[in-house]
Design a protein around this ligand. Sequence first.
Ligand SMILES: NC(=O)c1ccc[n+]([C@@H]2O[C@H](COP(=O)([O-])OP(=O)(O)OC[C@H]3O[C@@H](n4cnc5c(N)ncnc54)[C@H](O)[C@@H]3O)[C@@H](O)[C@H]2O)c1
Length: 319
Amino acid sequence: MTILITGGTGFIGSFLAKELLDTTSEDIMLYDFIINEKRMISFEKNPRIKVLRGDISKWPELHSQFEKLEEISTIYHFGSLMPPLTESELRDAFKINIQGTLNILECARLFNIPRVIYSSSGAIYGPGVDLPVTEHSYRDPWTMYGVGKVCSEVLGSFYHRRQGVNFTSIRFPALIGPGRTGQGMTIFANNIIQFPAQGEKAICNVEEDIAVPLIYIKDSTKFLASLHDREDIPEQAYNIDGVWVTAEDLASYVQQEIPDAIIEYEPDPELTFMLRSWSMMKGESEAIFKDLGYSPSYSPKELVKDFIAEVRTTPEYKI
Ligand SMILES: NC(=O)c1ccc[n+]([C@@H]2O[C@H](COP(=O)([O-])OP(=O)(O)OC[C@H]3O[C@@H](n4cnc5c(N)ncnc54)[C@H](O)[C@@H]3O)[C@@H](O)[C@H]2O)c1
């Protein structure tokens, strides 16, 4: 049997692949549009790792690739166009993030793949949401990225109810960890740790008191790996609120580990404004604790320490 990860050589996909190598005996297929060789350095020679290049938005190509695959037990669907591109390239965002999800669900239905696990986001909610944010809060995204997440979840629920595909969506807060790149709204939290760990100056593009909910990549992938053979997931969507940490606190944890770390603030007013409205959206993670035993093990301070050690010792995590 094989576990297939779309976006498999991306940040979350490559960490999950490592975790699944340790926790399962199945082959792991990394399906990706752009193969990020660097992220695979430590495990690419493992015979259980397979890599397949392809585009989830191109149905004929995707369908014929799936026809040739061996039996798939679970699809982790992470392939996605990411912000800020989702906000400037709206048609591409639709094609990849909505049509692409439909195509993956169709493959699951046609090829009897029992389970699809999807990485959603707190971006499904908008600033007017009632507090605290729960699984039942009204989804009213303000970004095309969030629109893609809502549409994917609705499609997934339909396939779950009517087409025999078990679908579970995990709505993550900001995931941080070594080697994360990109220009998403929460990348500042990653950069505050990543650059000092590499011996470089970090520029933080929000004000010091901005807080975002975080989860360490190792906690998230350990949890995701635990879902692949669960038969008893009661709901189709779960929220994880994460631990709220300010830029200033993260910087102080970094300085405890690296006393000469240089972290400078060059706040972008628009980003700071957007994150301030997000900081109103406090939520809860009770259902995921209760139903699925989600239990993160890294406090912010511990994750900073582990993150720095990983960057210093693992070549693929330098950016
Ligand atoms: N990183 C976070 O903080 C975070 C938080 C919540 C949800 N998520 C979601 O998790 C998923 C993975 O995020 P990530 O942080 O690993 O991002 P990433 O950019 O590192 O990975 C996304 C991957 O998708 C691939 N991809 C893009 N277009 C594709 C296409 N047409 N066909 C196949 N693959 C394609 C990219 O090549 C890339 O490898 C995304 O759905 C993202 O929205 C991420």
